[in-house]
Design a binder for this molecule. Structure first.
Ligand code: SF4
Length: 141
């Protein structure tokens, strides 16, 4: 498990550390759980990406699928915040407010207090992961 191993690190050193982690992973034939707040960095080193919000996985899929076809509004918000001159523009999602207290999460979908297009059911029913295409799961009502 690598927990935020390259956060707050200079870009050139970051690339060197990521290469080293990949070398270890391949040489030792191990899996690695790479934890990051930076979805762009996670995409550089991972085969699959799981996006978490308030302690719950809200979307999981291949590294090819998630950045090109994000389906959960929180994943879209994360990706639309990455500056890029080449990448196709991801639909911008303006999330509001602060993240809730994880020890006292809101009822229903944990993301609903921050999502401007929520439906009535979002505050009543918990969203669970459902497969939307092969290996791509999303928790959204
Ligand atoms: S369940 Fe509702 S609030 Fe939650 S992500 Fe989906 S639409 Fe938004």
């Amino acid at each position: 498990m690598a927990d935020e191993p390259v956060s707050m690190i200079d870009v050139s050193l970051k690339v060197a550390i990521l290469r080293l982690l990949l070398k270890f992973k391949n040489e030792l034939n191990q899996s690695m759980l790479f934890i990051s707040h930076d979805i762009a960095t996670a995409a550089m080193i991972s085969d699959r990406i799981a996006v978490m919000y308030l302690g719950k996985i809200v979307e999981i899929g291949s590294t090819r699928e998630i950045p090109s076809n994000p389906m959960h509004p929180y994943t879209k918000a994360l990706l639309s915040a990455i500056p890029s001159i080449r990448r196709r523009r991801i639909e911008e999602i303006a999330i509001k407010g602060e993240i809730a207290d994880p020890t006292n999460p809101p009822p229903g979908c944990r993301f609903h207090p921050r999502y401007p297009f929520k439906m009535d059911i979002c505050s009543e029913q918990e969203s669970v992961l459902k497969e939307v295409s092969k290996g791509h799961y999303v928790a959204c009502l």
